[in-house]
Design a protein. Structure first.
Length: 203
């Protein structure tokens, strides 16, 4: 109804005309009903006879409205020729600007599209940050586990003094790459690797 105020006016007229149709069907002898066309049927003579018995095209004497009511109910009434919201006679009728409406809809559509695009970019950024944090956490966890394993190996390896074990933990354990390499070496290579790293650290 807000989109087209004339619809409300037309519905009002149809409701009023329905009362006339019901009156004809109930009290008008000789009339019929066409289901396909949804309309009252009857010849001209039958209609004219009913119209004479029912002045103003209204109801019979038992339910006949007053003169004022008939004027209000008649769809042809001069007072109701202009639907609500329309201009009065002599005034220029205005209509919505279709171009302006279309332009407004396009503007809203573009705004929504830009908003969705920004949301998608934000989602991608957040996903990237989340993956980076998860990777960093995994690396930190692996590094911590390797240091623990490094200490365990150095404490049990033969050929190293207590001082060399402590220094090796500090020198090799500070480098994730060296720690991982040391863990992968054979035991006889581990001693050589430790002593070379300790010598290099003194320089």
């Amino acid at each position: 109804l807000k989109a087209d105020p004339h619809i409300k006016f037309k519905v009002k007229i149809l409701k009023k005309q329905l009362s006339y149709v019901l009156e004809i069907m109930q009290n008008g002898c000789g009339f019929g009903w066409d289901d396909e066309k949804k309309m009252v049927t009857g010849d001209r003579e039958t209609y004219m006879g009913w119209a004479k018995e029912t002045p103003e095209g209204g109801s019979t004497a038992e339910t006949q409205p007053t003169s004022e009511q008939a004027k209000e109910n008649l769809p042809e009434s001069h007072e109701n020729t202009n639907p609500p919201g329309s201009s009065r006679p002599g005034q220029k009728r205005t209509y919505p600007d279709d171009d302006a409406l279309e332009s407004g809809l396009i503007s809203v559509s573009n705004t929504i599209a830009k908003f969705l695009e920004a949301e998608q970019e934000n989602a991608k950024t957040m996903n990237g940050l989340q993956r980076a944090f998860m990777h960093e956490a995994q690396v930190h966890e692996q590094t911590s586990a390797n240091r623990t394993k490094l200490l365990e190996i150095l404490q049990n390896i033969k050929g190293l003094t207590t001082e060399e074990v402590v220094m090796a933990v500090r020198v090799i354990g500070g480098d994730a790459g060296k720690t991982e390499l040391f863990i992968q070496l054979r035991d006889d290579y581990k001693v050589v690797f430790v002593r070379q790293e300790l010598e290099a650290a003194k320089k």
